[in-house]
Design a protein around this ligand. Sequence first.
Ligand code: BGC
Length: 457
Amino acid sequence: MDDGGEVKALEDSGSAVYVFLVCAVAAVGGLLFGFDTAVIAGTIPFLTKHFALSEAMLGWAVSSVLVGCIFGASFAGSASDRFGRKKVLLVCAVLFAISAVGSAIPRNLTEFIIARFIGGLGVGAASMLSPMYIAEISPAKIRGRLVSLNQLAIVVGILVAFFVDFLLVDIPDTNWRWMFGSEILPAVLFLLLLLAVPESPRWLVKQQRDDEALAILARVGGKTCAKAEMAEIKEAIVQEENSVAQLFHPGMKVALIIGVALAILQQVTGINVVMYYAPKIFARAGSTVDASLLQTVVVGVVNLTFTLVAIRVVDKLGRKPLLLIGSAGMGLFLTLVGGAFHYDKLEGPWVLLFILGYIACFASSMGPVVWVVMSEIFPTRIRGRAMSIATVCLWIACFLVSLTFPTMLEKLDGAVTFGIYAVMCAITFVFVLLVVPETKGKTLEEIEKRWMKQAKT
Ligand code: BGC
């Protein structure tokens, strides 16, 4: 197989299959992100009973993973600059495995929270590193599609978690332990697959390991492209120096505000209230545990289906129309959910239908588009740092929303709680309309020029 002619032919043309497989392995990080954060949904009634949780403590049990995410996302950038993307992704896989076992066998709530926190470190780090690794290894012309593979993996991970919860619910007494423990399978798979992928060529260039980087780039895009890409990488690395001061340059400040605001708005419009607490919401609306877990699987299917729709249309319709239509639809459906609580019309299929409408709107707009915009509005030389600031803000917002939801539902009732998230959708609509620029079809350089021009005026 290692016949010289064949290798040469491969190096001349590059291999789309190879780069796709490598990116698919990195996207398993996204799958674990989705799985780890969502698996808790089906365990809630059993955890509540086992640890005798109050609403406030339940909020803490659910959101402890997100504290880990905040730390994981904060340190992933610098750790991966130092040790390499691949090594830190390997550490993430180990953290996922430890968390799977630890959250399945805790002797008390503290041990459970520590185990979830450890998993969160992996989720936070992978939420930055998987897309970053994919962007760094893929050839420019298919980069967008390959990065969106990661969002697809997140929603597949969420769906798998909901399905596993549904399948294991009938195991007596220990069902919730098996639900958490099942994560060991994708975690070990991730670890083994990662051993076979190469290091990021961009990182290798930074370490002055040019020959290794060139060999990987040639395997991905062919020899001729590899040389051109190598020159581009070198130029970008030179530009990256002094990037911290540039973050607060007037033009960059606007980009940073947009990135951070979209990250926060993606969370305060309530998506993870549904993702993490769906069975609780359905139970509150009168469903049995089994029925509410099945309804949650339907939520996961709708989430996946509409994410596929968004990935198909995002480059045709543009980011801005999707965000506007999506946030308007989300606000409408949340108002209807709030109305169902207010008028006590909780019986029948209405709450489920309104929630599904809301998910369809989120999945075809804010879900993928916010990550796309975050990865393209920052100029190359500040992208790494700016994305990490925005990602950390996203996890902080996610933590606060998940922590406060059970208490809000108990103290303020469903109508006010969902009404608040609906108001956030209205704020998102106005913000996108007035502040967010359309970036569809523009090269990253054109987007960057816009910020430069704005800085001068
Ligand atoms: C969000 C996650 C959310 C997921 C739901 C992602 O874009 O960042 O917080 O759980 O979408 O599909």
